[in-house]
Design a protein around this ligand. Structure first.
Ligand code: ACM
Ligand code: ZN
Length: 527
């Protein structure tokens, strides 16, 4: 309480004693409240410390690293228990992920509702440091997010990205106050996570012989180059901890029962007819899926998920569930026997049975299941969280029934789509067209009733990597559109089309200072 009174007094005295200028600095995502003084600065120098109360060391240490990257060794901000400088603390009267940032000539106070709040306050400060090169104008910012779930997805199956790449991806997300990384770890084209119970998954399933060239228009061509890679459990733990230090939870996705051809290559008994298949070298939807009739499939899935749950503290565990053709199930004696034994009406209901059974397993471990919106098709349980990607209808339907939903409709949220209509200079991408403005003006609540809105826990953009082979390209697809998405996620109700272009010019300089690759199209006025 004392902290908050101090802050209120500080804010009031700032407002009374100095002329207050209306136009604030450019922060993205837009804070809830910002009031800058016309005079007075806090200068970061070689003696500035980050003074840490309440054990918020992670947030402080990450900020110190960010500052080291920006200033080099000239101004080595150190974290300390006492002293003067940037003081960070928590206060339960501040919103859970919110913060107050009070910049005075000799001290900066950041009060977060949690360590996450402090982390976000420091990320705002980081943008100010870059904008003013360490001479920060005095002022007061109070801020909190609109959505609790602010997600970005990363497909590392279609193309593999190194541990360093994934950490860099996390860095970029964290600077935008994203708090969920949805990590797409398995798919037809590669199994990317070590599972001790089934070493074949990575020994055989993490490498494909070659990759389709271009869009595979006839005649189809392949590149003749093997592609693969996977993360050991030790590496996974390291990445999970790296994200946690940045207040980010990683939601692992293990695809089932479709998008599993790499697993079927490693363990042919996972398929209906024990068919021998390659790790897929082509994009799209394959008919080779897990058998939903054999008990051995359920045992496999539970053993895999048990290890995954040990590795990832995330409450939500993603089971995929999308795009599972039922051709093999129609012909499979095991699948048909299961349909009969369980009194199911169709192969669609068989998928519903599999998903519900896996959900019970996940729940038995104290976690919750999330899946793509196809999990609605076979009859969804009341407790599953639904990720609406085929459009908004799935999300609206699920929310009306009382299921939590994450909105990520393909036409607005697939950041592997082109950014301009002409596509000039963009390289070959999968298709589609999502310019910055389209993301920025998106209303994720459109079509939801007042009651159903309560179940929209957040929004997410997705990075599918069929055509993204390296980090430079991934970054160019992510930036600057992630800034637009960050305002939808963090500051949906205070987006401002009148100022976003000007603010994005500052953000572009921030990206440059961080060394991140940002696409030029939006800044060139191309849509
Ligand atoms: C998806 O794009 N298949 C979720
Ligand atoms: Zn089967």
């Amino acid at each position: 309480m004392k902290n908050i009174i101090t802050l209120i007094i500080a804010a009031l005295s700032l407002a009374i004693s100095t002329h207050v200028v209306a136009a604030g600095p450019h922060i993205i995502p837009q804070p809830s409240y910002m009031e800058m003084a016309s005079e007075g600065t806090f200068i970061i120098n070689e003696d500035t410390k980050i003074v840490v109360y309440d054990d918020a060391w992670d947030a402080a240490e990450v900020f110190a690293l960010d500052m080291q990257q920006y200033f080099g060794s000239k101004r080595p901000l150190r974290c300390a228990k006492r002293g003067n400088g940037i003081k960070v603390r928590t206060d339960k009267f501040v919103a859970e992920e919110g913060y107050e940032l009070n910049i005075q000539p000799h001290e900066i106070f950041i009060t977060g509702g949690s360590e996450a709040g402090i982390f976000y306050g420091l990320q705002t400060l980081r943008q100010l440091v870059v904008a003013y090169n360490g001479v920060i104008p005095c002022g007061y910012i109070a801020d909190e997010p609109t959505f609790a779930y602010r997600g970005v997805h990363f497909d590392v199956s279609r193309h593999f990205f190194s541990v360093e790449d994934v950490k860099r991806y996390i860095d970029i997300l964290a600077a935008h106050k994203v708090n969920r990384l949805h990590w797409h770890l398995t798919d037809d084209q590669g199994w990317r996570i070590e599972i001790k119970a089934y070493p074949e998954l990575t020994a055989k399933g993490s490498m494909r012989k070659e990759t389709l060239v271009g869009h595979g228009l006839r005649p189809e061509k392949w590149d003749g180059t093997p592609h693969g890679g996977y993360y050991t459990q030790e590496e996974v733990r390291d990445i999970v901890a790296y994200a946690a230090k940045r207040s980010m939870t990683i939601i692992p996705e293990i695809e089932m029962p479709g998008h599993a051809q790499a697993a079927l290559h490693a363990l042919p008994w996972l398929g209906c007819n024990d068919q021998i298949v390659d790790v897929w070298t082509t994009w799209g939807v394959t008919p080779e899926v897990m058998c939903a009739g054999k008990e051995s499939t359920y045992e496999f899935l539970e053993r895999v998920l048990a290890e995954v749950i040990e590795l990832f503290p995330s409450e939500l565990i993603h089971i995929g569930g999308d795009e599972c053709p039922k051709d093999r199930w129609v012909e499979c004696e095991h699948c048909q026997a299961k349909i009969k034994a369980e009194g199911l009406e169709s192969e669609e209901e068989l998928q519903g049975y599999l998903v519900a059974r896996i959900e019970r397993f996940i729940n038995s471990k104290g976690r919750k299941m999330i899946g793509w919106d196809e999990i609605l098709d076979g009859g969804v349980t009341p407790t599953a969280t639904v990720m609406s990607w085929r459009g908004t209808e799935g999300g609206i339907y699920a929310a009306e029934r009382g299921n939590d939903v994450v909105m990520t409709p393909m036409k607005l949220c697939y950041f592997n789509f082109y950014q301009t209509e002409s596509r000039e200079g963009e390289g070959l991408q999968i298709g589609g067209h999502i310019p910055f403005e389209m993301v920025y003006t998106w209303d994720p609540y459109a079509g939801f009733s007042e009651e159903a809105r309560k179940h929209v826990i957040g929004v997410q953009c997705n990075m599918w990597t069929e055509y993204l082979k390296d980090m430079a390209t991934v970054e160019k697809m992510l930036l600057p559109r992630l800034a637009a998405m960050a305002e939808v996620q963090w500051s949906a109700n205070r987006r401002d089309e009148a100022t976003i272009r000007e603010r994005m010019e500052s953000m572009r300089k921030f990206y440059e200072a961080c060394g991140w690759n940002c696409a030029p199209y939006y800044f060139d006025g191309r849509k």
